[in-house]
Ligand binder design. Structure first.
Ligand SMILES: Cc1cc2nc3c(=O)[nH]c(=O)nc-3n(C[C@H](O)[C@H](O)[C@H](O)COP(=O)(O)OP(=O)(O)OC[C@H]3O[C@@H](n4cnc5c(N)ncnc54)[C@H](O)[C@@H]3O)c2cc1C
Length: 444
């Protein structure tokens, strides 16, 4: 196939996949982006949906809307289930067809990560993780329902279990969730309940490590812990979780009775490594070369949370900036190759810094030698998150919501919404026979 007709299949419309698609905007290629969700999700603000600060529509946008002006890009809603790297095809399940083959000349896998329960998958039933919009809405339902149940409960002894919230994992997500939950229960719900006192709710943050935000500087970990404790969060460190069941958690031999346990401790990469039968690191992330290609497959790139690459002797972290920069890089390599230009230099991550927010008006920020905690860091956090929200409509909406909440103390979306399951058609019985390939209009 001549390069001008090359098809680049990108699997995943997260930070990495979208970065790659956009870098190919002016390339003479056909871009096919496949995602099992119809939306690009801004995961760093998921905890705000889970704690009713924002609504789902404020942190996600339809992928086809984001790429609407990119004439060479086609978006397919479907789940990739495997890759045939010899015949250069990916297999996609959609609502009504299974195993549909899409051929590629170049493949970029940007399929992210999911929860890891460190070998205790039985915890998943009782301790949901936070990775998707559905997870966030489900946790929001659970937290709000706990207060409703407690208000209706005659037996005051049961109030304690209902109003104890345990977060497992004191990384950025656990810390941010704990801070946001504390603000919700201590200052926002107080005036609305008559039979219970929401301010008596317990929020317990558990981690086996010796400090919260273990990847940050020690001074910032200490500032974060102090801030959490000021907000009334109980911080339990140095003990792993031994048991989670319907009635609570056991950590370090201590039983904490709770009806709401949230898992924020670990992530596992997507099965991309298995699809490719490629070398992986211990966590299962695909080991890529310095130009992000898979060894032995110059036409396959893996980027973002599902890729493993060392820089200066350390593995790159699973953060949005790495995924964005890697996606952009992979797209650029392909664009330059197709244009007959020389390959760019090996990928190098430019670390703009990391941050975490702890309740209202307080964040910690670490960038190079800069260490900042408090209100100034929070302002920087808010500005950066607004800047990186995909679309200007979301930026305006989130900014107005934050300003409103800051001034009035009122939260955006305190709704308990129970869905009735997916409204999709039944798959046809033998999808693989019905359709073994998918056809695209030639891009103009
Ligand atoms: C709660 C939370 C908070 C976070 N906070 C921060 C933060 O503050 N700062 C920061 O830098 N990072 C943060 N991160 C990490 C950051 O979001 C990730 O590093 C980043 O999203 C990785 O980008 P990605 O493109 O690799 O994967 P993702 O953004 O996860 O995108 C993967 C995409 O692939 C799709 N997909 C997966 N499997 C398939 C399949 N089989 N078929 C089709 N589509 C598939 C998914 O639907 C998804 O759209 C946070 C993550 C979480 C979960």
């Amino acid at each position: 196939m001549h390069d001008s007709a090359s098809r680049v299949v990108i699997v995943g419309g997260g930070f990495g996949g979208l970065g790659a698609a956009k870098a190919l905007r002016k390339a003479d290629v056909q871009v096919v982006l496949v995602d099992r969700q119809n939306h690009h999700l801004f995961q760093p603000l998921l905890y705000q949906v889970a704690t009713s600060a924002l609504s789902p529509g404020q942190i996600a946008s339809p992928i086809r809307n984001i790429l609407r002006r990119q004439r060479n890009a086609t978006v397919i809603l479907g789940e990739v289930t495997g890759v045939d790297s010899d015949r250069r095809r990916v297999f996609v399940d959609s609502a009504d067809r299974k195993g549909v083959a899409i051929e590629y000349d170049y493949l970029i896998l940007a399929t992210g990560a999911s929860h890891s329960y460190f070998g205790h998958d039985e915890f998943a039933r009782f301790a949901p993780g936070l990775k998707s919009l559905a997870d966030a809405v489900s946790i929001r339902n659970h937290v709000l329902s706990a207060f409703e149940q407690a208000e209706a409960e005659e037996d005051p002894k049961r109030h304690r279990d209902l109003l104890t919230f345990v977060l497992v994992g004191a990384g950025p997500t656990g810390v941010e969730m704990a801070g946001a939950l504390a603000i919700l229960v201590r200052s926002m719900l107080q005036s609305e309940f008559r039979r219970i006192d929401p301010t008596l709710a317990r929020i317990v943050l558990v981690d086996m490590g010796p400090r919260v935000l273990g990847t940050f500087a020690e001074s910032l970990s200490a500032a974060t812990r102090t801030r959490l404790e000021t907000l009334g969060v109980e911080v339990r460190l140095g003990h792993g979780v031994e048991l989670i069941d319907a009635d609570g958690v056991t950590a370090g031999g201590e039983r904490i009775a709770s009806k709401t346990v949230i898992w924020t401790a670990g992530v596992a990469p997507s099965p991309a490594g298995k699809w490719l039968k490629a070398p992986t690191d211990r966590a299962g992330r695909v080991r890529v070369q310095p130009d992000l290609r898979v060894p032995g497959h110059p036409e396959i790139f893996v980027v973002g949370d599902t890729a493993s690459l060392d820089q200066d002797g350390h593995p790159l972290p699973g953060v949005a900036q790495v995924a964005m920069q890697q996606g952009r890089y992979a797209g650029t390599v392909i664009r330059r190759r197709i244009a007959g230009e020389s390959a760019p230099r090996p990928f190098r991550y430019f670390d703009k810094g990391t941050m975490a927010v702890v309740g209202r008006g307080f964040a910690v920020l670490q960038s190079g030698r800069v260490r900042l905690s408090g209100f100034l860091a929070w302002m920087a956090w808010a500005a950066i998150h607004l800047e990186f929200l995909g679309q200007s409509s979301l930026r305006v909406s989130v900014f107005v919501q934050w300003a409103w909440t800051y001034v009035t103390g009122q939260r955006g979306a305190r709704l308990i919404v129970n869905y009735h399951g997916p409204a999709t058609a039944e798959p046809s019985a033998t999808g693989a026979e019905v359709a073994s390939s998918i056809h695209f209009r030639e891009s103009s």
